[in-house]
Design a binder for this molecule. Structure first.
Ligand SMILES: Cc1cc2nc3c(=O)[nH]c(=O)nc-3n(C[C@H](O)[C@H](O)[C@H](O)COP(=O)(O)O)c2cc1C
Length: 177
């Protein structure tokens, strides 16, 4: 069955390796006729959640902030699979990804983003970090999403290129979503 896949890229670098990994996954997913939408958070104006709880107390799950996140809520809600593509920043996801996740607070409490499937793609300069994987696993549990795949690649220092086997792994994961 054709799936709706939302790919959220959290690097602001022009030639982002985590976005390249995401592209390989998208190519695989599209080869199977899935519907894929990729969001580059660096091109969006998304403000942090301010924890006002207006969404819980007053508006039945609607965030009062008027910014680009408003255009993404419907996409998150209709997607079967959410792919988070993040550089490893100080042991975990980038601020762009974290801000996006925080802004899901309203929908999480409204119960409209449950039972999805989640994928984490991440690249790092050093050997990598278990913390980002642990964070993603815990996030999936909290949101009631099924973790269906994690692909990481370390050693992405200056001029380093993504390994062919990692790109193939991402393509295959996309193909089998
Ligand atoms: C603010 C910042 C924090 C970083 N923190 C880490 C880190 O904790 N561990 C690590 O291995 N690499 C770290 N890196 C390196 C990036 O994870 C690495 O360059 C990554 O491949 C970038 O992904 P991108 O090409 O998608 O932007 C950091 C880079 C920046 C700019």
């Amino acid at each position: 069955m054709r799936k709706n896949i939302m790919v959220v890229c959290g690097s602001s670098r022009e030639f982002s390796n985590s976005a390249l990994l995401a592209k390989a996954l998208c190519d695989g997913a599209q080869s199977n006729d899935n519907f894929v939408e990729t969001i580059y958070l660096s091109r969006k104006n998304i403000k942090p959640c301010i924890g006002c709880n207006y969404c819980r107390k007053k508006s039945k799950g609607k965030c009062f902030q008027s910014d680009d996140m408003q255009g993404l809520y419907a996409l998150v809600e209709k997607s079967d699979i959410i792919v988070l593509a993040s550089p490893l920043y100080f042991l975990t996801v980038s601020a762009q990804i974290k801000t996006f996740i925080d802004r899901l607070y309203c929908k999480h409490h409204a119960g409209t983003i449950v039972e999805k499937k989640g994928v984490l793609l991440s690249t790092s300069g050093g050997p990598g970090s278990d913390m980002i994987i642990e964070y993603f696993e815990a996030l999936c549990k909290l949101l009631n999403w099924e973790n269906i795949g994690v692909i990481t690649q370390g050693g992405m220092g200056r001029n380093a290129e993504l390994r062919e086997d990692k790109l193939k792994e991402a393509y295959a994961l996309g193909e089998n979503l």
